[in-house]
Write a protein of this length. Sequence first.
Length: 366
Amino acid sequence: MALLSKRKAAKESTGKAEKQNAKPASGLGFDQIDYFAQREAGRLNFELISLHEIEMDPTNPRTEGIDPSGMLSIIPKFLVIDPHHAKYDAAAVAAFDREMAEQVERVVQAGGERAGEWRKLFDNLLPLRDNIRLLGVKQPIEVRKTGPKGKYRIVYGHRRYLASILAGERNIPARIVSADAHDKHVQASENLHQETLTLAQRLKVIEQLLEDLAIPQTTPATRVSQLTGYAKSQMTLYLTVLRKATPVVREAIDAGRLGNLEDAAKIAKLPPGEQAAALEAYLEGGVAVVVATAKAKEAASKGKGRGRPKTYIATPRIKSPKVVKKVLERLGAPEASADIDWNDIAAAETVWKAALERLIEEVEKG
């Protein structure tokens, strides 16, 4: 009996230990499951919300400034239903589409400098509009309340919202979520990966994300790239512009005169006092002028006080004869048509020197 009692006690002790160390089939700890359960609370449930009760996020770079009120105003006048419905009225739908097109044109014209961008946005929404008429909105949008009795503001799903208006829908399925940092992170990530965004809009989204998540701009690029899904090298360029670009350069970016990220970062890396001149040089001759100027100044500063001053300019080494031929063609030099073996380095070098000597002589003679 004593032996049985010991075995029973040992079994109970083992059972308790296994229960304490147990993990669910997912492999996650119970604390992790609790975290994800709280984070996803409500995301599996959705409500049908009137389109009139929803407003777009004013910070969304793609739809910022768009006022859909005129478009919404014509929906109650029509009954637009899917083409397979027995009471489908093609003439009524055509009339609705014409009136909606007029409202869209008013919205586009109100966009000013962004009119072309907005017209493209609405044109690209037409296939989604047709799909919604046929099948409805299959993936709910996410919204949050803006106040106790306020409207719902879109967290993400602006395209589905606008396409639903174009389709003549009255309601849209939506999940109602809290306005926490996670949702702001989700929204910013979605905005950043929109292909139509300009450099100015992407910089604005990144700035807003850093502000919403209380992340200093001095945070390493690795951390910010993890938050946004961008590669570290690309995020390094964005942060360089955000941290180092002078107001003059940022104004050029905002105005659309400087829209290339790599070029903007090269200008932003220059000392603040040189960026305005570099920007003008860039606008006139491209980034090659900026890079060449920066390298020349760097070389000049390094060479000061070191030995005798240079009395000639050395040309760079060229390893491929075919590069020589392409450079001569670019210059419009007749030597590019020389009847030689362009795989022969010695022959290509002879032609190259002859072309340079001729060009230099022509320039010196004026």
